[in-house]
Design a protein around this ligand. Structure first.
Ligand code: ARG
Length: 585
């Protein structure tokens, strides 16, 4: 089914051509949902942007478009307003027909994308033996949401975890391992290193204090790169143990990823350098091989280099990303590649993309984007830290969210005089706690920093996961109370939209598909959150103002239908955010 917006756009284009000729085919009708219901449901300001091109006043242009516009099957006659807007108000009959259509559709009117694209979403990407920090949490939550939305739209998504599993730090780690637990190098998986972050810290301390150890560490890197068996065994051990810790988090968050770490691209690094050299893009600078960038300069205004091979012959983060990019293009046949990292890496990606582009590696049909996000701040507005000033461990952060939810829930259950099983409490606390953390992250425009506050994210009121989950629960309560099986509501049931609140809710329900395709384009999950938040609010207004179970037929069934559609929309929308619903809470 075509969304209302798509239908309007098609008709608008036809009218433009009829009014001004085929030169005007393909012009953006600039149609948007009206921000103020006073102006109807949709508004176009195309006439204003066409004034120059047509040399006519905008209102005259608007009139001409309207004369040629046949939207009678869905809208009241369009109205020319203000300096030259065209406003559309949908007909109740059309709305009812649309509602009936989405009711019968498990996808609630969200169609599949016309062209399914092979899409890589590169997200999460923590580093072996290092802390998985809140930045990785954001990447994991946002990346998963983007992947879910693209998958739902029918794209072929490859969820890649570009784990930091290679680099000079392994020299230090393995050298230290050799000292403190030599059996790790002789026997596979011989030891449990326990807290890897503490291990990393100790190794680093050793490295910083001892010149001789630094040399050993450097040699260890060479050995590892040369494929020495004992070094590889130690490396594997470190990776394996980190991986297990990451898995705990992914499981808790219900996130799927395919691990393809930096080490995967090792065999391809040399050819990146060789090919750049063949293309005459490489310059030797103090022994390092680099590409001088366009548009990136130092303080003196000289172009900055992107180093792809260091003086000692080693490769770096950028080289690996160039190799990964090529692999994703050539082997994975990607048509869209999305990188989800903190905004601090914006330059890194701009530089890598530029070099790849200048090397001619980026085919025309490929879209590559960096999807940046801001910092997570503590309530003091500074980078999130524990009370003792250390970086917050993800595990602890999630556990705390669950623990607090659990306490709140136990209090509420007691106050309401309910008796609930331990199992119910544990399960509910886990779902609500994790969802609250996810939602708090996704509901902000990702490009801005946000303040991490348990109190705010766990509140039952406001733009929070608990509020949204509660709206869903409330609707399930209606079905329980009235002993109604929503699935049995006939597709032929009469729909009535008499009250303002009913109409407002109905119109909102019909906008899901537009919102989903917006997010598919601009990759801003907060728009979906906002939509769901407004849906919950509009539902609550409707439910406060209109009797449902006590209404007479056929009104009762019609209203139950709106309840059911709201619940299904919430469930689907939340699932795209990676949030499951609860029947009770
Ligand atoms: N491991 C990196 C970090 O922790 C993120 C990797 C992002 N992906 C990429 N292809 N560079 O910052």
């Amino acid at each position: 089914m075509n969304s209302t917006l798509e239908q309007l756009k098609t008709k608008f284009e036809q009218a433009l051509i009829a009014a001004f000729g085929t030169d005007y085919a393909g012009i953006d009708p600039m149609l948007v949902s009206a921000s103020n219901p006073k102006f109807g449901d949709y508004q176009s300001n195309a006439p204003l942007s066409l004034t120059k091109k047509l040399g006519q006043p905008p209102r005259a242009i608007a009139e001409k478009i309207v004369q040629n516009l046949d939207v009678s099957d869905l809208s009241q006659p369009p109205v020319v307003a203000g300096p030259g807007f065209i406003n559309f108000t949908l007909k109740p009959e059309y709305l009812k027909a649309q509602l009936r259509e989405i009711q019968a559709d498990p996808r609630l009117g969200v169609s599949n994308a016309k062209n399914s694209q092979r899409t890589v979403v590169d997200f999460s990407a923590p580093n072996i033996a290092k802390e998985m920090h809140v930045g990785h949490l954001r990447s994991t939550i946002i990346g998963d949401c983007i992947a879910r939305i693209l998958e739902f739209r029918g794209h072929d998504v490859l969820r890649l975890n570009h784990v930091g599993d290679w680099g000079t730090q392994f020299g230090m780690l393995i050298a230290y391992l050799r000292e403190v637990c030599p059996e790790a190098l002789t026997t596979a998986n011989a030891v449990d290193l326990g807290d890897l972050v503490a291990f990393y810290r100790k190794a680093k301390q050793r490295f910083d204090e001892d010149k001789e150890f630094q040399e050993t560490a450097r040699q260890e890197v060479v050995k590892l790169q040369g494929g020495a068996e004992d070094s590889l065994r130690a490396w594997n051990l470190l990776c394996e143990q980190s991986r297990r810790e990451f898995e705990v988090i992914y499981k808790l968050l219900d996130v799927q990823l395919i691990e393809r770490g930096e080490s995967f691209y090792n065999p391809l690094l040399l050819s990146v350098v060789e090919d750049l050299s063949k293309l005459d893009l490489l310059v030797e600078d103090n022994g390092a091989k680099c590409v001088f960038l366009e548009g990136f300069t130092n303080k003196e205004g000289e172009p900055l280099p992107l180093i792809v091979q260091k003086t000692d012959g080693g490769y770096n983060y950028a080289t690996t990303d160039l190799a990964a990019l090529r692999y994703r293009i050539e082997q994975d046949q990607a048509e869209r590649i999305i990188y989800v990292t903190d905004a601090g890496q914006a330059n890194h990606f701009a530089q890598v993309f530029q070099v790849a582009r200048r090397a001619g590696w980026i085919p025309e049909n490929l879209k590559i984007v960096h999807v940046p996000f801001g910092l997570v701040l503590g309530e003091d507005n500074k980078k999130l830290k524990t009370r003792s000033g250390e970086t917050v461990r993800l595990r602890d952060l999630l556990d705390e969210a669950i623990a607090r939810t659990c306490t709140d829930l136990e209090t509420r259950v007691k106050e309401e005089g309910r008796s609930e099983t331990e199992e119910f409490i544990t399960h509910t606390a886990k779902v609500v706690g994790i969802s609250a953390v996810k939602y708090a992250d996704l509901s902000q425009n990702r490009t801005s920093n946000y303040v991490f506050s348990y109190d705010k994210m766990l509140a039952l009121q406001g733009n929070t996961a608990p509020y949204m989950l509660y709206a869903y629960v409330r609707i399930q309560g209606i079905s329980r109370k009235g002993d109604i099986d929503f699935q049995q509501l006939g597709a032929d049931a009469k729909i009535l939209l008499q009250e303002e609140a009913e109409l407002t809710l109905a119109k909102h329900l019909l906008q899901l598909s537009e919102v989903v395709s917006d997010v598919e384009q601009d990759l801003l999950p907060n728009r979906l959150c906002q939509y769901l938040f407004e849906l919950s609010q509009k539902f609550n207004q409707f439910y406060d103002q209109c009797n449902v179970l006590k209404a007479e037929e056929p009104l009762r069934t019609s209203r139950l239908l709106l309840c059911d559609l709201t619940a299904r929309t919430l469930k689907l929308g939340l699932s795209l955010l990676g949030i499951p619903v609860l029947e009770r809470m």
